[in-house]
Design a binder for this molecule. Structure first.
Ligand SMILES: [Zn+2]
Ligand SMILES: [Zn+2]
Length: 523
């Protein structure tokens, strides 16, 4: 693949087609709006197989055709133009496997359902397409290395469940091979990892993982993602593993809404994990399961199971000498109450840290705040009204003590707040609640429960504060502490900038972790 300069608006790149000015306008608009970085559309279309990578200049007709194909697979209105919906879709987190033959393979699949017979598909550009497959039904797999912040046992169970999704509906059987050779290997890598520059991982977001068609038997995951298993912020490792396994079995991307083999990341929801299209695709290669009927698992069953695993782990004594479990991992939210007790939230539990009582927990969230869902995304105690505020998804909960206030939870959109906030905290200099989300922040007036005028504003107002923090609180001295994974940033409200940063578990004794041994990633 040729080296390309980074895309710049107005830069002459030899392409004079009319789509360039439109792209520039949209890119500017999207970036100003705080959306994720939009990739260079031409590079994107080459990377994912919609345009040749042979170093010639693509004319307007080629671009239009490539954009239309992309819109078809992405279930967007087919306009052939780089409209804002198309550019947004290009920035969505996705699988790194090319979409090149997906359309042909899918047309073939549907055709063979309708006519009852199969035939070789002729790829309109280069070659006839025939699905690659394994010529045996019993396959072994191996997890080569492990992601950060997840325990070995929960990753192993999630991978096992992901394989089982496919064996439930096909003639395949999978077995983990702890050592020695294995048919399918799963590994976590950072950046370029020696399978071609176009396969290099790109850090958080963007490409999450990729895998090779049979019979190479490799699935690679971007180790820089925040992998999760239980609704924490980040990307669900189970769902991405299940998708990549589909590729290792010979499946291409699907245009079907809700298909697991759709190229885009989706959350583990209530619906069935495998769609009819995923099942037909795997059965066309390997036949039906030998049992009576295929077992299809809905997402909520798996979600409950993953949740169980985590609760079991939390209570099964994984703690290292005197150190709470959250110290070496990622927490969901953090705040401090009127007694200067720090509360750390993770999954369905929380811990309290105070000078008098030290660390207590894990304590069940629901015991103190009934009706609060697990894995909240932000929490803040407000000294203004002595109330607790919790955020998750599209809603906000407010409690007085342990009692949910009437008419709560309320929709965040009604309050003018974003969905899925990064963190929330009461900020005395403003006298209001502040909510961070991506490149912006909102300010909520707690008396009117409406966003203050002229907000949201850009996060750059908070000099030195990074995007994507997972918690924040104000200490008794008035300084604000922000957390992202293992790091913290201390923001001084008088100097209006970050004045210190470091490793919170090691440097901040009030987190209850400071005498903790370092270098252990297990949570
Ligand atoms: Zn994929
Ligand atoms: Zn790779």
């Amino acid at each position: 693949m040729s080296h390309r300069p980074p895309y710049r608006c107005g830069a002459a790149r030899g392409v004079t087609a009319a789509w360039i000015p439109a792209v520039c306008t949209l890119l500017t608009a999207l970036t100003a709006g705080g959306s994720p970085l939009v990739p260079d559309p031409e590079v994107f279309l080459e990377k994912y197989g919609y345009l040749h990578q042979d170093n010639h200049i693509h004319d307007a007709a080629e671009m239009q055709s490539a954009i239309s194909d992309f819109q078809w697979l992405s279930r967007l209105p087919i306009t052939g133009e780089l409209d804002s919906a198309t550019l947004r879709q290009m920035a969505e987190p996705r699988c790194g496997v090319s979409d090149e033959v997906s359309q042909q393979i899918w047309a073939h699949r549907v055709n063979s359902i309708l006519t009852g017979k199969g035939s070789a598909v002729r790829h309109r550009r280069r070659r006839s397409v025939k699905a690659e497959k394994w010529y045996k039904r019993h396959l072994t797999y191996q997890i080569v290395n492990w992601p950060r912040h997840l325990s070995v046992s929960s990753v192993r169970l999630a991978v096992q469940a992901a394989f089982q999704l496919w064996s439930n509906v096909s003639g395949l059987v999978f077995q983990e091979a702890l050592e020695g050779p294995a048919d399918i290997r799963l590994a976590f890598y950072d950046g370029d990892h020696n399978d071609g520059s176009s396969n290099a991982f790109d850090g958080p977001g963007g490409t999450l993982a990729h895998a090779f068609l049979p019979r190479r038997g490799e699935a690679h995951f971007d180790i820089a993602e925040r992998w999760t298993l239980n609704g924490h912020k980040g990307h669900n490792l189970f769902i991405v593993t299940a998708h990549e396994i589909g590729h290792t079995l010979g499946l291409e991307h699907s245009p079907v809404r809700h298909a697991l083999m759709s190229p885009y990341y989706r959350k583990l929801g209530r619906s069935l994990v495998l769609s009819w299209d995923d099942i037909i695709a795997v059965q066309q290669l390997y036949g039906k399961p030998s049992g009576d009927r295929p077992v299809r698992l809905p997402g909520q069953v798996l979600h409950a199971t993953l949740h169980e695993w985590e609760s079991t782990e939390l209570h099964s004594g994984h703690q290292t000498a005197g150190q709470p479990l959250y110290c070496q991992g990622v927490f969901d939210a953090i705040t401090m109450d009127h007694n200067k007790t720090v509360l750390v939230f993770r999954g369905s539990v929380y811990w309290t840290v105070s000078a008098e009582n030290g660390v207590k927990g894990p304590l069940p969230l629901r015991q103190r705040w009934s009706d609060l869902p697990p894995a909240i995304e932000a929490a803040a105690f407000s000294p203004l009204d002595s109330k607790w505020y919790f955020f998750k998804g599209k809603r906000m909960w407010r409690y007085t003590g342990s009692v949910l206030d009437p008419s709560f939870p309320r929709k965040s959109s009604e309050l003018g707040l974003p969905h899925h906030p990064d963190c929330a905290f009461f900020y005395a200099p403003l006298g209001h609640m502040v909510v961070f989300k991506g490149s912006r922040y909102s300010v909520l007036n707690l008396q009117t429960l409406h966003q203050e005028p002229y907000y949201p504003r850009r996060l750059t107002d908070w000099t030195g504060v990074p995007q994507g923090t997972n918690g924040a609180l104000t200490r008794p001295d008035g300084r604000l502490y922000l957390f992202r994974e293992q790091r913290f940033w201390r923001f001084d409200p008088i100097k209006v900038r970050v004045t210190r940063e470091g490793q919170w578990a090691k440097d901040l004794s009030w987190t209850g972790c400071s005498n903790a041994p370092q270098g252990n990633n297990i949570l």
